[in-house]
Design a protein around this ligand. Structure first.
Ligand code: ARG
Length: 563
């Protein structure tokens, strides 16, 4: 039970005629300084109802508050300040965490309803960008956070594996490509072919025509076109898979744009039925002027469908298959117009569940303030970035703990974890600068710092050979441990807030705060001192270890026992 609930319950008896428990909870505040206690209740909100001076109300209320749970209850101005009984609260918190283990902080808000999360979604035959990396790690963390809030997440990789560019690629491959070259470095070679196509097409108009013809073949199920498409897709996926393996992230579905190729007609029929489709210069569009949006282009004059047509089909498919409570799309901020259009069209179609669709945008990764991306065919290969991070982690482990048994594995957990944590620790909409040295540091607000704190807990517990005992008393009364206890207690509410706001950084910040508070505790208190509080302090270490590990897991990081 958290501190606010303790206070709300203590007040609820006396206030039952005026406020519900829920309302009391919403009124409670956390004082800025510890001098004003742990939780404060502002009395002025009652002054009108009771037609009495706040001071008098406060005095009356305090007389009615059961005092077992509190060290003291004070009236200061129009506030009642509650000082919780540290001993009781610490005992309750530490035993609850030990009992629940990794389930601590879980709630059932989602009631097991499904939440498809559209994430990663790179484009076939193109390199995976830093933006796709962000989408992958934010999406993965949100999946864990939603699960912890009682939902069932479904990770969907909505691959960009359809569209006119595949026709162009086929033309380029047949003219200038070879099987060996594609096999050797699929994405680089396919990118080269694609770039060459566009260069040559500037002076040779027949290329575009051929490209369209090949895409038409593909859409009509032509054997050769389909075989080429499948091959390009497989080769690209194999390369993407290296990145996913390094991140240890997997998907429940790889249904990309191509999957909806035969599922668009019903959407178009529906739009027609509702008289929403209007023809404009031979193309079919949905007018969205009343939403202050550009029209949605549904079908081009040559009959070809578009990105949004496939997304409409995908949304309908997801509703039908998952009956989702919410559907999330973790896609860069630059596509916010697209998702506004998508929701608007679904709304025009009369689907109330259009409101359950949420675009989860995020900012750019920059290098010295500039967008990091495809520079003149020179691409930042994610696989290289991750491998370099692993290398840097390895060097630090080599220097700090050369005898560590499973160095390779830990270097992987730390290096990749560092990159993920760096991505998630800031509000997702912020742009951030990326420098590997900055990311893989064991100090500061980094993933390795949190992981290191977790290993510190593990090492203390190993040394003490500690196990929790049923029925034992684990109360702590000192102000140093209190700071840590409060952060442990805050974890369930933190999980709920991160889910409400779709914001992994809320978890990352909690992890950093808890790690910092614990390290301060560690610096000030001799944990292993043989006195009567020894087992309570160890119980605290035990609880910190559990919660840090959960924080890390929710972000997609592993928590090594030693590093
Ligand atoms: N493939 C797209 C891109 O790289 C992202 C797809 C996002 N998902 C979606 N359902 N539209 O820009």
């Amino acid at each position: 039970m958290n501190e606010r609930t303790v206070v709300a319950q203590a007040l609820s008896q006396a206030l039952s005629d005026y406020l519900t428990l829920e309302e009391i909870l919403n009124l409670l505040e956390n004082p800025k300084t510890t001098q004003h206690g742990d939780v404060a209740f502002p009395v002025f909100s009652l002054a009108k109802v009771l037609r009495k001076a706040p001071q008098a109300i406060a005095a009356d209320l305090v007389a009615d508050i059961p005092d077992e749970a509190f060290e003291k209850v004070e009236v200061v101005g129009p506030y009642i300040n509650f000082f919780l009984d540290k001993g009781q609260v610490s005992h309750a918190t530490l035993t609850e965490i030990a009992e629940k283990g990794s389930d601590f902080g879980k709630n059932n808000t989602g009631q097991n309803q499904q939440v498809p999360i559209d994430m990663s979604s790179p484009n076939i035959a193109k390199p995976m960008s830093m933006g796709h990396l962000r989408s992958t790690v934010i999406g993965n963390s949100l999946a864990e956070i939603m699960n912890k809030n009682g939902y069932q997440s479904i990770r969907i990789n909505h691959l960009g594996d359809w569209g006119t560019q595949f026709g162009k690629l086929m033309v380029a491959y047949k003219k200038w490509g070879s099987e060996e070259a594609v096999k050797k470095a699929p994405i680089q070679e396919l990118l080269r072919l694609y770039v060459k196509f566009h260069e040559d097409a500037e002076t040779d108009a027949t290329l575009e025509v051929e490209g369209r013809a090949w895409f038409k073949k593909l859409e009509d199920g032509d054997e050769e076109a389909t075989a080429l498409w499948e091959w390009f897709r497989d080769e690209s996926l194999k390369e993407f898979q290296h990145v996913y393996d390094l991140l240890k992230i997997s998907f429940d579905s790889y249904n990309g744009e191509a999957f909806y190729n035969d599922k668009m007609q019903p959407v178009i029929d529906l739009l027609q039925e509702k008289n929403l489709l209007i023809s404009s210069q031979g193309a079919d569009i949905v007018d969205l002027e009343k939403y202050d949006l550009n029209p949605a282009l549904i079908r081009k004059s040559d009959g070809a469908t578009l990105y949004i047509t496939r997304d409409l089909a995908a949304a309908l498919y997801r509703k039908e298959n998952y009956n989702f409570a919410q559907a999330l799309y973790v896609v860069g901020n630059e596509q916010s117009g697209h998702f506004k259009q998508l929701k608007a069209v679904l709304n025009e179609l009369g689907f109330e569940w259009a409101n359950d669709i949420h675009h989860i945008p995020f900012g750019l990764i920059t290098k010295d303030g500039k967008k990091l991306s495809t520079r003149k065919g020179k691409i930042v290969l994610l696989e290289e970035v991750l491998n370099e991070a692993i290398g840097l982690a390895k060097a630090q482990i080599e220097a700090k703990n050369p005898d560590l048994a499973n160095k390779e594995e830990v270097a992987h957990q730390v290096g990749v974890g560092a990159v993920i944590f760096h991505d998630l620790k800031n509000d997702r909409l912020n742009n951030f600068d990326f420098s590997l040295e900055e990311v893989v540091r064991f100090e500061g607000e980094t993933g390795p710092y949190v992981q290191y704190t977790h290993t510190r807990c593990a090492s203390i517990l190993r040394k003490a050979n500690f196990e929790m005992e049923a029925g034992a008393n684990y109360s702590l009364n000192d102000p140093e441990s209190w700071e840590v206890i409060k952060l442990l207690q805050a974890f369930p509410a933190t999980v709920a807030r991160a889910g409400d706001k779709y914001e992994p950084s809320i978890i990352a910040k909690h992890a950093i705060q808890l790690a910092q508070a614990f390290n301060k505790y560690y610096a000030h208190v001799k944990i292993l001192n043989e006195d009567s509080d020894l087992s309570s302090r160890l119980a605290l270490v035990h609880a910190v270890k559990i919660v840090l590990k959960e924080d890390l897991r929710l972000l997609g990081l592993e928590a090594p026992e030693e590093m």
